[in-house]
Write a protein that binds this ligand. Structure first.
Ligand code: HEM
Length: 367
């Protein structure tokens, strides 16, 4: 259960980070490209924006399995914290629906030569908000000592969460991971042969800047999250070899991502860009292992050990899950290959609104 939870969660975090970083760039370019009538920025925004709905699919579908595993492993904690912040927790669904719809509107507006800034900024804020609520819940579940007073304050799930020094650091850690992954994603997309050379250059340069601008604050937030723990928790954490290895993997792969990125400063390279995304995934996996160990170390101080939990596995269901999961991953790989081999569309967009006829023709070609 732990292994599956960690694997699917690392994939979820990767998808979340790709979404956050892409949306940040799309929001910025939608504004500055339009104000400065810069076709390169608008086309670069469109290249990222066209892929946003697909990314959101992965964010959600790869979020469901770790949620199920977290319920099996930490049910008593996560159910309680979810009930205590019920109002904001349930509002995640509405926020996601609105953000998802906006992700379809953004590329359509860019393609029509219209401003996509408003839908982009609203979607970006909603996504940040969802991440914030997740950090709120994943932190509150670790604090049984505040549950009773919160419930006494409100049984409607609207009581404020007592201050915790780690909530913001944890949230910003993942959001700045988005800046790193957004950069790695741009460096990968910059290898698409059908893109105009100015768009390729824009994606490459911004990609490098994003990775550097994301990695430095992320290391700071990782340090702060650790520094906010008490000595006993850190001592227990140090006795978990898998979590500690995860921590070292995180640090080493952060260096690898920085090195690979800087190697692409002058020229795009498909090989380096793929290695960069793989290193990025390993970085997230390392962080996921460390984060998981930290949670168990915090719980250990409060008398809860996940390994002492009685869990009666339904092996046939787990086997079916595993088989379907592997088939799913293979299908995703196959889809990516089909996309890679497909005839590319013109991804450049106009700086001024165009007639609806052209858009419907484009859509017909797309169909
Ligand atoms: C825009 C959408 C989303 C964003 C930005 C987002 C962001 C995050 C963040 C920041 C965390 C880490 C919280 C922390 O530890 O401080 C997290 C954890 C998590 N997310 Fe998401 N998330 C999104 C959607 C979803 C969805 C739709 C699901 C499930 C249906 C989901 C399931 C999970 C689970 C289960 C965890 C933690 C699991 C664990 O600790 O074992 N997320 N997410």
């Amino acid at each position: 259960m732990k292994t599956l939870s960690l694997l699917t969660l690392a994939l979820h975090f990767t998808a979340v980070m790709l979404l956050v970083g892409s949306l940040l760039a799309v929001t910025w370019w939608s504004l500055s490209g339009r104000l400065r009538k810069n076709a390169t920025e608008l086309s670069s925004a469109h290249v990222l924006a066209r892929r946003l709905p697909t990314l959101m699919t992965y964010v959600i579908n790869l979020g469901v399995p770790p949620l199920l595993f977290a319920q099996v492993l930490y049910g008593r904690a996560i159910y309680t914290s979810s009930v205590l912040i019920a109002a904001s927790w349930i509002s995640v669904i509405a926020m996601l629906i609105v953000a998802y719809r906006l992700l379809y509107i953004i590329p359509d507006r860019l393609q029509a030569g219209k401003s996509a800034f408003l839908p982009a900024v609203v979607a970006f804020l909603l996504v940040l908000g969802v991440g914030r609520i997740y950090s709120l819940n994943m932190t509150l579940m670790l604090r049984p000592e505040v549950w009773q007073s919160m419930y006494a304050a409100s049984d409607q799930g609207i009581a404020p969460v007592p201050a915790d020094p780690t909530i913001t650091y944890r949230w910003l850690f993942v959001m700045f991971g988005g800046v790193i992954f957004g950069g790695a994603w741009m460096l990968l997309l910059a290898n698409m042969k059908h893109l105009e050379s100015d768009v390729v250059a824009k994606l490459r340069k911004t990609g490098v800047a994003f990775v550097v601008a994301g990695a430095i604050p992320q290391l700071f937030f990782a340090y702060q999250t650790r520094a906010a723990q008490d000595a006993k928790t850190l001592e227990t954490l140090a006795s978990y070899p898998i979590a500690m290895t995860g921590g070292y993997i995180y640090l080493l792969t952060t260096l690898a991502v920085a090195g690979l990125t800087l190697a692409m400063f002058k020229k795009a390279s498909l090989g380096l860009a793929i290695a960069n995304v793989v290193a990025g995934f390993l970085q997230v996996t390392g962080m996921t292992l460390y984060r998981d160990g930290l949670r168990d170390a915090v719980f250990a101080q409060k008398g809860f050990s996940v390994f002492e939990r009685t869990e009666v596995s339904n092996w046939s269901v787990i086997a079916i899950f595993l088989v379907l999961f592997v088939i799913g991953l293979a299908l995703v790989f196959w889809l990516a290959m089909v996309m890679k081999g497909a005839k590319p569309l013109d991804e450049s967009v106009p700086v001024e609104p165009v007639s609806p006829d052209r858009i419907s023709t484009d859509k017909a070609v797309l169909a």
